[in-house]
Design a protein around this ligand. Structure first.
Ligand SMILES: C[S@@+](CC[C@H](N)C(=O)[O-])C[C@H]1O[C@@H](n2cnc3c(N)ncnc32)[C@H](O)[C@@H]1O
Ligand SMILES: CC(C)=CCC/C(C)=C/CC/C(C)=C/C(=O)O
Length: 301
């Protein structure tokens, strides 16, 4: 996923879900009493979900807002779009990395992530890193990502087609690690616990998004499909036609009589993980942050 402007034009479902969940969870985030919150977002992509829906929730006096992404193209695009925002920057970070940059460790009150963690195969490492990004005295995270989506079943079918096999040999690397889990909520709760989070609330929501028309479906696939950039552009439309044919064979197509013409619709039933976790329990967190405030006041006198 490197094409920021393409993604920005075809990310309705990602925007819809982020807005809905933030409306619900913004009051659960543990905002600082001094209004000097710092927040890091994992997998910000083109940056518009972060800046349209998370940024407005921050107190005016926020300390810093850092958007991160594994793709330097996404980071460059977001820095360009949002350079006028104070104390805000985008930087490259692979949340599955072995060693976090020292300047990010323990610096954040909040970590958010929308539609990214299903791209990361090693969830234990990613969660350890998210834990380590949060301040030692506490902090919380809101993580939203796909457990399952029919797109992964379509990939598996196309991968067996000899026309596309050469471009899709590592297809498993692009399937959510929870796609085939029979208990994704329990599994992710356990991973949060193993990473050290003392408070964990994980729900898995069953949702359906309807794509209106073949072009809309194809544009949304184009925006996220990792295999297209590996093949000559001349093959893209044929790949997308085959994608749609597989969707039809999976009975996800609905006929709809519109105002003056018959329109095809495509239903995408998917499972979304919504996880909210705190590094320390509220009581312990409050005690630790009070202790650290007292300590720094003492140090300053
Ligand atoms: C579907 S986009 C989501 C963008 C944005 N959060 C949103 O909600 O619109 C997923 C992003 O995750 C990024 N990503 C994938 N693997 C990652 C990793 N290991 N570390 C950080 N970002 C990653 C991709 O480059 C892509 O920009
Ligand atoms: C009906 C059908 C198979 C629709 C596929 C819809 C689609 C483009 C899903 C993308 C899921 C995904 C990996 C999103 C993302 O990471 O942003």
């Amino acid at each position: 996923m490197n094409q920021a402007s393409l993604y920005q034009r075809a990310n309705q479902v990602q925007r819809h879900d982020a807005k809905l969940i933030l409306d619900e969870y913004s009051s659960k985030l543990q905002w600082r009493s001094d209004g000097q919150d710092s927040l890091l977002d994992v997998g910000s992509g083109s940056g518009n979900v972060l800046m349209d829906f998370v940024y407005p929730l921050l107190p005016k006096s926020y300390e810093q807002l850092v958007g991160t992404d594994i793709s330097s193209k996404m980071v460059g695009y977001a820095n360009n779009c949002y350079q006028r925002y104070e104390r805000t920057q985008f930087q490259v970070l692979d949340i599955g990395c072995d060693r976090l940059p020292d300047q990010l460790k323990g610096r954040f009150d909040h970590v958010t992530s929308f539609y990214c963690l299903h791209w990361v195969q090693n969830l234990p490492i990613a969660l350890n890193n998210i834990y380590d990004l949060l301040r030692n005295e506490g902090g919380d995270c809101l993580l939203v990502f796909l457990a399952s989506n029919p797109v992964y079943e379509v990939y598996k079918v196309l991968h067996t087609n000899k026309k596309w096999a050469a471009y899709m040999q590592d297809v498993e690397q692009f399937i959510s690690p929870l796609h085939t889990s029979s208990k994704p909520a329990e599994q992710f709760t356990q991973l949060l616990e193993e990473a050290g989070f003392l408070y964990r609330n994980v729900e898995v929501r069953s949702e359906v998004f309807v794509y209106e028309g073949v072009r809309t479906l194809k544009d949304n696939v184009k925006a996220i499909c990792p295999f297209l950039e590996r093949m000559p552009a001349a093959l893209h439309e044929e790949f997308l036609d085959d994608f749609v044919n597989v969707v039809v064979s999976m009975n996800l197509q609905q006929q709809h009589i519109g105002d003056d013409q018959q329109q095809q619709r495509f239903a995408s039933p998917y499972k979304l993980v919504v996880a909210y976790a705190r590094k320390s329990s509220t009581l312990l967190g409050n005690m630790l942050s009070e202790m650290s405030t007292t300590k720094s006041l003492k140090g300053a006198s």
